[in-house]
Design a protein around this ligand. Structure first.
Ligand code: ADP
Ligand code: SF4
Length: 684
């Protein structure tokens, strides 16, 4: 299909100093949980982005010296020439598909504690390290400042030798050059402290050093956070954020501007809209003639065009949209924008960095699997048989399995008991802040509508007899899971309340519209988004709510998705009482018996109803009934029976989508043995 002329502007080349990006699609640096230790994994992933049409593809943070050692988190490095050879493989993978490769040189200052290198952390003025860590930082003296410039210069030279086209000075996300700028980090009394001109000196000098090191053929980008959302306490776009850009306006070849810290920059969909950074960064183009890139979870080409036309940005920056759909630019270019797999803003990709594992994505199950499993986001291997496949359950697992099998060429029937396909998504996307989660369902339904070999059967509850009669040769059960009503969960392996007791609700009850008697306890052992979202929904409906949890805070897992600060703040602002470190022992209709998780001391929390968010029970009965009668399966011509997603092991949506994709990729393929993917490791 031809490109819609409305989007032509997105495909204009953009000159960035001495280099030219082929279009305005710019993959900004983003963490991957891979780093320099997984170069093949990383190169394959970045290469796919370039293949998908991004004009510029950047690395993640790339440390310039062992005093910037972020272990156990995964980062790149250019400490020596061995690192240079590794980083060259990333630049090569990007160049192979015609994109520019950028390298984000980084020093974290007091934000890194050098757990592995064991070097004393350095900082502007000897502040405590940012993380809870029993070692303080050491204030940089003049020699350290000279050394910092030398490390930056040498790393920049290595970046150029490795083949990178753009080299960064990174003063975003409150890292070291930014720490010099922000008053609260900088209490120096020498020429690097005091007036803003002095606090900017370090960044100015690093730009000069980098410029000298990279020479005339490579571009220099500055990544700068123009606002920290802290008002007067931090750098603000209406004050020093703007002044810094004004002071250095023409020095870099590119301004990559955002808000700080990472949790603000990557704000999840629960707390931000597409384009949410515009109000902070829109001044930048007014004070520089250099090209400007910014982010804002852009997935709509119309929004992107509007950013360009209104003079907000020159390049459309994307981390998460490029993770959810590495082929986003190609799809726009080919007039297939309706096929863009839009990021849902869940921040599962952020959790991978925080957990130190390779990146994964709810929408894109191939993310992080490009090298180790050989998965491509747009290509699947053709089917190996004429088997007709029946999938029971059209939640995230069943939908993804159907789409991928359909693309492989299998004839697929997808049946669901509900009138509307989508499974858990249908209810969850109506919870506060989760509207964009509907994209998990809608993208897959859009694909199914184009796949003639996939038939959708809504309102079709399947019994074992129905499955046997259907005439499929392969059956996939994806019947999901239901929240438990008996209180069993992480804290208690035995029931704490009688199943079916009055005034006790599950998340499904509340999502279906049940209104519990007030006051309400939401008891959250799950500790991801469900408990917090239900508390918000109920309190917004006017009910007094206490969120009780054995965790030390509300929605503890949201620390991994970088949502945790905002979840706490929203709950507190809404008036939800947060009762932490308390385990449920029982409920009598007038209140709950709770125990301190450390001492066992008992408490009573008055409540007229209880919402249990403990754990989910797989809906496994259909699978179990079928699996129990192999002879009936054989007689029905069913050669394969599998269960996937929540009906096997209940988890987050990301797990169900991956399970559906994995099963579809592996159908009829040769067995891979006990280690089903490649690993990067030293082999002795
Ligand atoms: P997952 O996250 O694993 O995809 P969900 O709970 O989101 O699981 O979706 C499971 C889907 O399976 C639901 O839409 C539900 O209606 C459907 N389902 C469960 N049991 C049956 C059945 N016996 N026949 C047809 N559909 C079923
Ligand atoms: Fe977007 Fe979620 Fe994928 Fe991250 S994991 S790119 S937030 S859909």
């Amino acid at each position: 299909m031809a490109r819609n002329p409305r989007y032509d502007i997105l495909f204009e080349p953009v000159k960035i100093g001495p280099v030219t990006a082929r279009n305005r699609f710019y993959q900004v640096p983003h963490c991957t949980g891979m780093g320099v230790q997984m170069p093949k994994t990383l190169a394959a992933m970045r290469g796919v982005k370039a293949e998908g049409g991004w004009g510029v593809v950047n690395t993640e943070y790339c440390s310039i010296h062992p005093t910037a050692d972020d272990a156990p988190y995964k980062f790149c490095s250019l400490w020596d020439d061995d690192d240079r050879k590794v980083m060259a493989t990333i630049a090569d993978a990007v160049h192979e598909h015609g994109a520019l490769a950028g390298c984000q040189l980084w020093h974290g200052g007091e934000y890194v504690v050098n757990r592995a290198s064991r070097l004393p952390p350095i900082s502007v003025d000897g502040s405590p390290a940012h993380y809870l860590w029993p070692l303080q930082t050491r204030a940089m003296d003049r020699q350290d400042i000279r050394e910092l410039r030398r490390w930056q210069g040498e790393a920049a030279r290595r970046a150029v030798q490795a083949g990178f086209d753009i080299v960064y000075v990174y003063a975003g996300h409150a890292y070291l050059p930014f720490q010099f700028i922000a008053r609260r980090f900088n209490h120096r009394s020498d020429e690097y402290g005091g007036a803003l001109e002095n606090r900017v000196r370090m960044l100015r000098e690093m730009i000069e050093t980098t410029r000298d090191a990279i020479g005339p053929n490579v571009a220099l980008a500055v990544r700068f956070a123009v606002d920290e959302l802290m008002g007067d306490h931090g750098v603000a776009a209406g004050a020093e954020g703007r002044e810094v850009v004004e002071m250095l306006a023409e020095l870099p070849d590119l301004w990559d501007v955002n808000i700080s810290q990472v949790t603000n920059d990557s704000m999840s969909a629960r707390f931000s809209e597409e384009g949410f950074q515009e109000r902070y960064v829109s001044f930048v183009k007014k004070v520089t003639t250099k090209p400007v890139v910014g982010v804002g979870r852009f997935t709509s080409p119309d929004t992107m065009v509007s950013q360009i036309r209104r003079g907000v940005l020159d390049l459309i920056g994307a981390a998460r949209p490029s993770i959810a759909d590495p082929f986003l630019p190609k799809k726009v270019e080919e007039g297939r924008e309706d096929e863009i797999r839009e990021c849902i803003g869940c921040n599962i990709c952020r959790s991978c960095n925080n957990e130190g594992v390779p990146i994964r994505c709810t929408q894109n199950p191939t993310m992080g699997e490009e090298w180790r499993r050989g998965w491509h986001p747009e290509r699947v291997q053709p089917r190996r048989s004429d088997k007709r496949v029946l999938i029971v359950g059209a939640g995230p697992a069943g939908l993804e399995c159907a789409v991928t099998l359909g693309k492989r060429g299998y004839e697929v029937a997808l049946a669901d008991a509900a009138d509307e396909p989508g499974g858990r998504i249908n209810a969850e996307c109506r919870l506060p802040g989760l509207g964009s989660y509907a994209r998990v369902r809608d993208w897959r339904l859009g694909q199914i509508a184009k796949l003639t070999q996939v038939e959708l059967y809504p309102a079709s509850r399947m019994t074992a007899a129905d499955v046997l009669e259907f005439g499929a040769q392969h059956v996939v059960i994806a019947t999901g899971a239901r929240w438990r009503r008996d209180g069993v969960g992480m804290a208690s392996h035995d029931p704490t309340v009688a199943e079916g007791a009055p005034r006790i609700f599950t998340p499904e009850d509340i999502m279906a519209g049940a209104v519990p008697a007030a006051p309400v306890i939401v008891y959250d052992e799950d500790q991801y988004y469900m408990g917090g979202c239900l508390a918000m929904k109920l309190v917004q409906a006017g009910l007094p709510v206490a969120l009780v949890t054995p965790g030390g805070e509300a929605s503890s897992y949201c620390r991994m998705t970088d949502e945790h600060d905002k979840v706490q703040a929203r709950l507190i602002e809404l008036g939800v009482e947060i009762v932490s470190n308390r385990q449920l022992l029982g409920f009598d209709g007038g209140g709950a018996r709770l125990a301190c998780v450390y001492t066992g001391r008992e408490f009573r929390q008055g409540a007229a109803s209880l919402v249990l968010v403990t754990m989910r029970r797989p809906e496994g009965s259909l699978y179990e009934e079928l699996a129990a009668d192999p002879a009936a399966l054989t007689a029905a011509g069913i050669a394969g029976l599998a269960r996937i997603g929540d009906c096997l092991a209940p988890g987050a949506v990301v797990h169900a989508v991956h399970a559906g994709h994995l099963h579809a990729r592996e159908l009829d393929e040769p067995a891979k043995g006990d280690v089903p993917y490649k690993r990067e490791r030293a082999i002795i």
